[in-house]
Design a protein around this ligand. Sequence first.
Ligand code: F6P
Length: 557
Amino acid sequence: MTQPDLSAQPSTPVRLTETAAWKALETHHAQVEGAHMRELFAADPTRGERLTLEAAGLYLDYSKNRVTDETMRLLLDLARETGVEAKRTAMFAGEKINTTEARAVLHTALRAPKGAVVMVDGKNVVPDVHEVLDRMGEFAEQVRAGTWLGYTGKPIVNIVNIGIGGSDLGPVMAYRALEFYSDRKLTLRFVSNVDGTEFTEAVHDLNPEETLFIVSSKTFTTQETMANAGSARQWSLTALKEDAAVARHFVAVSTNAQAVQAFGIDTANMFGFWDWVGGRYSMDSAIGLSLMLAVGPDRYAELLAGFHEMDEHFRTAPLEQNMPVLMALLGLWYDDFFNAQTVAILPYDHYLSQFSAYLQQLDMESNGKHVTLSGETVDYQTGPVIWGQPGTNGQHAFYQLIHQGTKLIPCDFIGFSRSLNPLTSALGEHHDLLMANVFAQTEALAFGKTLEQVKAEGVAAELAPHRVFEGNRPTNTLLAETLTPHTLGAMIALYEHKVFVQGAVWNINSFDQWGVELGKVLAAKIVPELAAETEPPLAHDSSTNALIRRYRQQRRG
Ligand code: F6P
């Protein structure tokens, strides 16, 4: 591995909690903590129009947050004092800001237009990016046109992406998000879990003669993916008999040509990317091949254009009008000063069913860190727990706690003004019913219902406390016209940069993931202990030893 260079990323010069801006925010927090959004809105009738921002087709309303103009000013001071602008410049310039892995962080180069120049180690990487995109496009056209034939001469109609983490969550989320634009002749499946059930269920109704596997793995060493890829090859070859069939039914997406070759996939059928693309930032690299097959190269290009427009906004807009920056600072305000532990992502669009699962990896693998760039333990909260599911389903499950529970849960509501599937019911337009809930929920969360209001409704005194809504629950609302590839690209880039800004302020490395290593190493050690013919000597703790023994006794039934 390349030697880490821990001095390569611009680091915050003083400890975060010692900065003037942090101290000012602490004092300010004590003053405004009790302020209610009812008062903030009453004091400024223009607040709902003023605290808004538009970028790359997205409208952000951040007025329903527990902030004053002074809060925003101080948060922006914090961003400036912690060097967010310099860190942003360093990222876009290809500096090796992933210091523990000595890597540049250039997912933004994946959506740079042809002709742009992004230098890594003295080389412009944009032509390489477009060379891969062009090859992906040619391949996708062949499959979509039915001219890429399986080994027995049948066109491919089933595509199974095998990958995990960043090699799965992005493609599956984006495929579901853009299913409206997909070619319905093709069946797309995604296999990630090493649990054999997932693979078995994914292929049980597929014909191997018509099925293409995309083995997606940056490293091409990930246990889950390699196990599933091996089982896929066995499943294919059991039906197709000849090893030569692999060339027609398997393609790879990876940075590791050697391992791809060793697996038996011709590198002519490999789509590459680079070590300056982190796994969770890779969905618009060749890792997006399954999506491109589903929606076609033109729609894929629209997605990249959406990413790029948000990149440009993030790169050039002043901090106070910068959407990712504002969302990051608002999140940090609750995380660090109100001690909020989680953030709920609530998309009011069925197509975005996987969006919060995708953001879990993006955010939690990036900012789930406990030491600064220079290795000191932080004395403040870093990344929050990300969770959520699409509305309105969540309203009938967990919103009760958001409205009346004891925890502060900042929420992002995401909605669209036009449905891709307009439908009228006896109760009205489905989309109006859906969106009415977005506006109602954010209104209810912000303003609540006082005891006086409840009593005025004639509610019995003993019941009244149960019917009170404190309100003052913060929300952002993101509204776009309609869910297009462009909008989706812009939304993903928005969250990527939000995560970046928070990591920059927290002075952590948002681009490594050492926290997933220990479990992997221990599992590799335990696998042979589970499968050994004779009782192996076990040297774990007493709990792990006992669990392994019990499993061994029961595993054969
Ligand atoms: O979960 C750890 C991780 O390394 C992620 O960062 C990555 O997205 C995933 O595993 C899959 O890795 P690969 O693409 O190399 O198989």
